[in-house]
Ligand binder design. Structure first.
Ligand SMILES: Nc1ncnc2c1ncn2[C@@H]1O[C@H](COP(=O)(O)OP(=O)(O)OP(=O)(O)O)[C@@H](O)[C@H]1O
Ligand SMILES: [Mg+2]
Length: 243
């Protein structure tokens, strides 16, 4: 569904992404792993059309989006829910107001339809009894589920996560990973998950793409990482905490 063809990106004359070519299929969980500054978040921003490549092409469902205007990008962005690292929730809005916000802002839907979709997401995320609470009164894991519910409200085909378990304790992390797995199983929803945590990769990813200094050095199933002889992959497997 998402394809990059020979994408290069320069920031102030420095090549941050070099010759990125990849294909991310529908219905699978693809992890993007790599050290800080390797270009993981930049790839997510390119997928959403938030930035443009210096050269190269980006396809979403076969449509080349890299030169699209904001208006042309709207239907593309509706296909891809995004969950930011810090959740980016609105602190002064309740859980259900947060979940319905972008729907209310962007689509001309009747209130009862907004309420129906919000209720559906609240139920799926197990947050019905928290609908009227403010984000600050929830645990980190619950806040993450609100952010996921908000991303699901447009009924996307793919969901993009930037570090979904960062800052969560191990129990909450595993619950969020199980939830992402459940989205794939029950809704057939594919995901791109930026992470630097090896447990995230081995517990739910179908494929893993490893970025190193702006280049893809590995793209295969997680259990094939052992066979990769790139020194970064080998040292990472020996000491995953080092990343
Ligand atoms: N707006 C910008 N202007 C200039 N350089 C930038 C900009 N955004 C990112 N960079 C640089 O591009 C490189 C890749 O950044 P990116 O944020 O994609 O890394 P990352 O892999 O997500 O890192 P982290 O794990 O720390 O989030 C870094 O060297 C960063 O300093
Ligand atoms: Mg990042």
């Amino acid at each position: 569904m998402i394809e990059f063809k020979d994408v290069h990106l320069y920031y102030s004359g420095r090549e941050v992404l070099k010759e990125i070519s990849m294909h991310i299929p529908d219905g699978k969980i693809t992890a993007i792993l790599g050290p800080s500054g390797s270009g993981k978040s930049t790839i997510i921003r390119l997928m959403l059309g938030l930035i443009q490549p210096t050269y190269g092409e980006i396809f979403v469902d076969g449509i080349e989006i890299s030169k699209f205007s904001e208006e042309e990008l709207f239907p593309i962005r509706k296909k891809m829910g995004i969950v930011f690292q810090g959740n980016a929730l609105f602190d002064s809005m309740t859980v259900s107001e947060n979940m319905g916000f972008f729907l209310r802002e962007n689509l001309n839907l009747p209130e009862h339809e907004i309420a129906r979709r919000v209720d559906e997401q609240l139920k799926f995320a197990g947050l019905e009894t928290h609908a009227h609470q403010l984000p600050d009164s929830l645990s980190g894991g619950m806040r993450k589920r609100v952010a996921i519910g908000r991303a699901l409200i447009f009924e996307p085909e793919m969901i993009l996560f930037d570090e979904p378990t960062a800052g969560l304790d191990p129990v909450s992390s595993n619950k969020i990973l199980a939830f992402i797995g459940q989205l794939k199983k029950e809704k057939g929803l594919g995901a791109v998950m930026v992470t630097h945590i090896i447990n995230d990769v081995f517990s739910i990813a179908d494929d893993v793409l490893i970025l190193y200094h702006g280049e893809i050095i590995f793209h295969d199933e997680p259990n094939k990482m052992q066979e990769c002889d790139h020194p970064f992959v080998q040292s990472f497997l020996l000491d995953p905490e080092e990343l």
